[in-house]
Design a protein around this ligand. Structure first.
Ligand SMILES: NC(=O)c1ccc[n+]([C@@H]2O[C@H](COP(=O)([O-])OP(=O)(O)OC[C@H]3O[C@@H](n4cnc5c(N)ncnc54)[C@H](O)[C@@H]3O)[C@@H](O)[C@H]2O)c1
Ligand SMILES: [Zn+2]
Length: 348
C-alpha cells in the first residue's frame, strides 16, 4: 500500500507493508541506536544494496536528541567522504528520524534521507511530514528544519519487539488524529483491539492519509497543521513538570486529550457522552488519562512557555464533536482554571 504526499517542493510516498529490497547507486549511511541495531539492523542490511554502507550507532534515548549527536552523525559523513548525492536512512523511532532528517537537512546544505520507522508513534506520526530537529537546554525541538524524506517504509514487523507501553503511546497519537478528523476512524478504536497486524496496518494507513492531507495543505504549520497538537498544550506542561521521565510522550498526550476534552465539555463543544467515549477508548488501550496537578497557578503559567503560544495567548485545539476540531485562543483564565482544578482535586 502506498500513500503519496504532494508538497510544493517535493513529492514522496509512504509505503505500508513488508520492507522491500532497496538498491541505491550512492553511498548510504544508516542512522540508528544501539538497541534497534541489536534487534533489526541485520534484517535491514540483508535488503539493502548500495555503493557502500556506513552504520552510525547513537546512544538510545530522548536525552541524546541533541546537537552532540548531530555532530557525531555529520563527522561520520565527513570521514566517509559523503557527497551531495549520498543518502541517509533513519532506522528507529521518532528520536532517530528527527535527528537523521535534521542531519540530512544541513549536511552540505541538504542531502536526501529515507525513514524506516520502527515505533508505532513514528509510523503513524513522526516519520511523515518533514519536521526534523533536536532539543537543547531551552526546550524540546527548538532547533530544527522542515526537510522532507524521499520515502518512508512502515513495516509492522518491527513493532513485534516494541514494549507494550510504547505501542499504547503510539495509539494515543493515532486516537488524536481520529478525534480531530474522522469519527468513523474513532469508532474503529472502539470496536477493535489492534492485536492483529491487519488492524495495525489499517490504523497506520488512516493516520498517514490524514497527516498527508494536513501537511500538503499546510507544510510549515501556518494553520491547520497545528490541529495535530490536540492534547499537546497540556501534555507539554505535564512532560516538563515531570522532567520527561515519568510519562512517555504519547502517554502525556493521552492525559492532555482528556484535559482538553474537559475544557471542550465546559465550552459546550462536546457532550458528556462524547467526553466519556474518548476517555474509555484511551483507558481501553492502557493510555493514562489522569494526572494530579500539584500547583494550579504554576501549571497555568507554564502554558506561556510553549513555543506555540504566541503573543501571550494560549492556543487550544479542541474537539468540536468527535471527528471535528476548533482552534480557540480566547478562553478566559477563569474557565481554564476550573478545568485544571478538576485535575488537582481528584484523580480524573
Ligand atoms: N517530526 C515529527 O513530526 C514528530 C512527531 C511526533 C513525535 N516526534 C518526536 O519523536 C520522538 C518520540 O518518538 P518515539 O516515541 O518513536 O520514541 P523513541 O524514538 O525514543 O523510541 C522509543 C523507544 O523504543 C525503542 N525502539 C525503537 N524501535 C524499537 C523496536 N522496533 N523494538 C524495540 N524497541 C524499539 C527506542 O530505542 C526507544 O528506547 C520525540 O523526540 C518527538 O519529539 C516527532
Ligand atoms: Zn505528539
Amino acid at each position: 500500500m502506498e500513500i503519496k504526499l504532494n508538497l510544493p517542493q517535493s513529492a514522496y510516498s509512504v509505503h505500508i507493508g513488508e520492507l522491500p529490497n532497496l538498491a541505491f547507486e550512492t553511498k548510504v549511511a544508516i542512522i540508528t541506536n544501539n538497541k534497534i541495531a541489536g534487534l533489526w539492523l541485520g534484517d535491514v542490511l540483508q535488503k539493502l544494496r548500495a555503493k557502500s554502507v556506513v552504520i552510525v550507532t547513537l546512544k538510545d534515548g530522548e536525552e541524546y536528541k541533541n546537537m552532540a549527536s548531530i555532530e557525531e552523525i555529520l563527522n561520520s559523513l565527513f570521514n566517509e567522504k559523503f557527497d551531495r548525492k549520498s543518502l541517509l536512512i533513519a532506522l528507529g523511532g521518532g528520536v532517530i528520524s528527527d535527528m537523521t532528517g535534521f542531519a540530512a537537512a544541513i549536511y552540505q546544505r541538504g542531502i536526501n534521507f529515507i525513514n524506516i520507522p520502527t515505533t508505532l508513534l513514528a509510523q503513524v506520526d513522526a516519520s511523515v511530514g518533514g519536521k526534523t530537529g533536536v532539543n537543547n537546554a531551552f526546550g524540546k525541538n527548538l532547533i530544527g528544519a522542515f526537510w522532507q524524506p524521499k520515502a518512508v517504509y512502515c513495516d509492522t514487523k518491527f513493532l513485534s519487539t516494541l514494549p507494550k507501553r510504547e505501542i499504547s503511546a503510539g495509539i494515543a497519537e493515532a486516537i488524536k488524529m481520529a478525534v480531530m478528523f474522522d469519527k468513523g476512524f474513532f469508532e474503529f478504536f472502539e470496536n477493535h483491539d489492534l492485536k492483529a497486524q491487519s488492524e495495525l496496518e489499517f490504523v497506520i494507513k488512516k493516520c498517514v492519509e490524514i497527516k498527508a492531507d494536513v501537511v500538503s495543505k499546510d507544510e510549515k504549520e501556518a494553520g491547520i497543521r497545528a490541529v495535530l497538537n490536540y492534547g499537546h498544550t497540556f501534555a507539554h506542561v505535564i512532560e516538563n513538570e515531570t522532567k520527561y521521565s515519568h510519562f512517555l510522550h504519547g502517554e502525556a498526550v493521552g492525559i492532555g486529550m482528556n484535559m482538553a476534552n474537559s475544557l471542550a465539555l465546559k465550552l459546550g463543544l462536546i457532550d458528556k457522552n462524547e467526553q466519556e467515549s474518548v476517555k474509555n477508548v484511551l483507558i481501553k488501550f492502557e493510555i493514562p488519562t489522569s494526572y494530579k496537578i500539584p500547583n494550579l497557578e504554576r501549571f497555568y503559567e507554564a502554558f506561556f512557555l510553549d513555543k506555540k503560544s504566541a503573543a501571550n495567548k494560549i492556543k487550544f485545539i479542541l474537539p468540536n464533536k468527535i471527528g471535528n476540531f476548533i482552534m480557540r485562543d480566547d478562553i478566559e483564565k477563569r474557565v481554564i482554571m476550573d478545568v485544571l482544578r478538576e485535575f488537582s482535586e481528584s484523580e480524573k
